[in-house]
Design a protein around this ligand. Structure first.
Ligand code: ZN
Length: 373
């Protein structure tokens, strides 16, 4: 099913929207993730001492004050229903709770659907204040650039696959949908990292950056099909799903970091179906072979996730001083003045939001945990 067909189902039934949501996730593979893989494999040493904590500063545009801002942010509720865990865990795709369209004039949310859900999920379905709070925070980060316009947002609850906190996907008409998994939206830190990761997908995969040609990451194709698709891209980088445009970030990133034996090894994994529900052992092997080249294990999934994970490190951590390939992937973004400017805008946006939440320059909440547990 193409993304055009996905888009055409938008006005269908509630179940259609649920299918649409699942289809979007599997088709475009733009997943945000929590620290699931980070717990298994961690590359970048997140030494909290590198990020001192001065007082909250709404004009913060660098990492030295970011920690204070993140401390001041309230956590975003995570669905915690131990008595229903088994039932939720077994529900493939989870439950869609509510879908909204975004009024572009003022950014307000307008409810599209409210599907039937088990009674224990209704408090999360009815918590429009939480929906609006998450959306307001995400929108402010997206609006720090001038490209990322979300047209739809869907909140759902899925513990069946426990590592995906959010995803974005785009229709053939260029309209982006943000999907938020309330079962995985918890700490302010995780939420910020997830939103920044999804923002990276929009920055690097919108119409100005790539031309979508498929196959999507969950489609089974053979090597011959892959090579035929790659040939369509000519000299431009083939992400496995899109042709990069000549001057795009992912074209330069892909050509610089995804070539030679690494690319060949990844294609082998990719053709085995790397973006299945469960992470494949082959992908883990691929990551372990090239561990020093990726900022996280999830970054090894494909080039699109690699640039998104590297972007998140670029935004949230100080400029690396090392010389590993993984660190060069972060330094890559410093080559673009407009991205350095955007980084400062995002950090100050986070801090302005934090100041607005607290109304006080002194953070009152416990220190954010920057190291994996
Ligand atoms: Zn992603």
């Amino acid at each position: 099913m193409s993304d055009t067909e996905v888009a055409s189902t938008r006005s269908d039934s509630i179940w259609g929207k649920a299918i649409l949501l699942i289809g979007g996730i599997t088709l475009l593979c733009c997943f945000g993730m929590l620290s699931y893989f980070g717990l298994l494999f961690y590359v970048v040493d997140r030494d909290v001492s590198l990020i001192p904590s001065p007082t909250l500063d709404p004009n913060c545009g660098e990492n030295f004050c970011l920690n204070a801002c993140l401390r001041a942010l309230p956590n975003f509720a995570r669905i915690d229903l131990p008595e229903h865990k088994n039932e939720l865990d077994q529900k493939a795709g989870g439950y869609v709770l509510a879908s909204y369209w975004v009024k572009q004039a003022d950014g307000s949310l307008n409810k599209l659907s409210k599907p039937e859900v088990p009674s224990y999920l209704q408090p999360y379905q009815d918590d429009t204040e939480l929906h609006a709070r998450i959306w307001k925070y995400a929108k402010q980060i997206f609006d720090a650039g001038d490209q990322a316009h979300i047209s739809y947002i869907t909140f759902y609850a899925d513990t069946h696959v426990d590592r995906y906190a959010a995803s974005v996907w785009v229709t053939s008409s260029g309209k982006w949908t943000l999907n938020v998994n309330l079962a995985e939206f918890g700490s302010a830190w995780d939420t910020s990292e997830t939103i920044i990761h999804e923002h990276a997908h929009i920055l690097t995969l919108d119409d100005s950056q790539v031309t979508g040609i498929g196959p999507w990451y969950d489609e089974e194709i053979d090597r011959k099909d892959f090579d035929a698709k790659s040939n369509v891209c000519g000299e431009q980088f083939f992400t496995g799903a899109e042709c990069a445009r000549d001057t795009s970030y992912i074209n330069e990133f892909g050509k610089r970091f995804w070539h030679g034996q690494l690319y060949e090894d990844w294609v082998t994994v990719f053709l085995q179906g790397s973006e299945t529900e469960e992470r494949s052992p082959a992908l883990d092997e691929f990551y372990l072979k090239y561990q020093d080249q990726f900022v996280t294990a999830y970054a090894a999934t494909n080039p699109s996730e690699d640039i998104a994970e590297s972007w998140s490190e670029f935004i949230l951590f100080p400029k690396p001083a090392g010389d590993s390939v993984a660190q060069h992937k972060i330094l890559f973004f410093y080559e673009y003045p407009e991205l350095v400017q955007l980084r400062g805008n995002i950090l100050s946006t986070i801090c302005q939001y934090a100041v607005a939440q607290t109304g006080t320059p002194t953070p009152q909440t416990p220190a954010v945990q920057l190291t994996p547990p």
